[in-house]
Write a protein that binds this ligand. Structure first.
Ligand code: ZN
Length: 193
C-alpha cells in the first residue's frame, strides 16, 4: 500500500523515533508499505517520520540501474552478498558509528522536500548496527552513496533533516521553496482538523 509522504513543516519530521520492541506482522506490513511508497516516489530511502510514524525504522534501496557499476563498497554481516539479496532493506533501531570521518560533499534531495536540492557534507564511512523486521541483528558497513543514504535516513529517525546540514549558499538558494513547503503544510494541517 502506498502511504502519504509527510512534508516539511509537519511536526512529525522533528520527532525522535521510538525504539521498536514488537517485531510482529504489523511491523513487517509497515516496512513493506514504506518500500512501496519509496518506489512510487522514486526515492532511495524513506524514514518512518516521512509516513507519519515516529519510530526507529527506515527503508533503503540504493541499487544502481542495470548495467551501472555499484558506486560504493559495503559489507553486510562481514560478507559482500549481491545487493539483490539485501535490498530493499528495512533498518530498525540503528546505531551508527563513523568509520571514516573524511568529509565528502554531494547534492542531496529528500522526499519530504519536493523540489529542494543542495550540497551536504557528510563523513565517508559508516558502520550501522541494526535489526531486521524479525528482530535479527545485523552489521552493515558502507561508504559512498550507501553510507550517505544511511546517515540521511538515520538523521530522520532522530528528527534531523538535511537542511540542518546543507551548505549555507545552497540553503539560501532554496529558502523560498522551503518557506512555501512550510506554508503548504500549515494549510494542510489546518484542513485536517
Ligand atoms: Zn529525507
Amino acid at each position: 500500500m502506498i502511504l502519504r509522504v509527510t512534508q516539511y513543516g509537519e511536526p512529525i519530521l522533528r520527532k525522535v523515533g521510538k525504539p521498536i520492541t514488537d517485531f510482529d506482522e504489523s511491523l513487517a506490513e509497515l516496512a513493506n508499505d514504506m518500500v512501496d511508497t519509496m518506489y512510487d516516489e522514486e526515492g532511495i530511502g524513506l524514514a518512518a517520520q516521512q509516513v507519519n510514524r515516529a519510530l526507529q525504522l527506515c527503508v533503503i534501496d540504493v541499487r544502481p540501474p542495470e548495467g551501472v557499476e555499484v558506486p560504493f563498497s559495503y559489507s553486510f554481516d562481514g560478507k559482500q552478498p549481491p545487493l539483490d539479496l539485501i535490498m530493499p532493506m528495512a533498518i530498525i533501531n540503528p546505531k551508527v558509528t563513523i568509520t571514516d570521518a573524511t568529509e565528502d560533499v554531494y547534492e542531496e534531495g529528500c522526499l519530504s522536500f519536493p523540489g529542494v536540492n543542495g550540497k551536504v557534507d557528510r563523513p565517508v564511512g559508516v558502520c550501522c548496527e541494526f535489526q531486521d523486521t524479525e528482530g535479527n541483528p545485523h552489521v552493515l558497513e558502507a561508504d559512498g552513496l550507501l553510507g550517505r543514504c544511511i546517515l540521511h535516513e538515520v538523521d530522520h529517525l532522530n528528527g534531523r533533516l538535511f537542511i540542518d546540514l546543507m551548505q549555507k549558499r545552497d540553503l539560501k538558494k532554496n529558502e523560498a521553496k522551503i518557506k512555501k513547503l512550510k506554508r503548504e503544510s500549515r494549510d494542510f494541517l489546518k484542513s485536517q482538523k
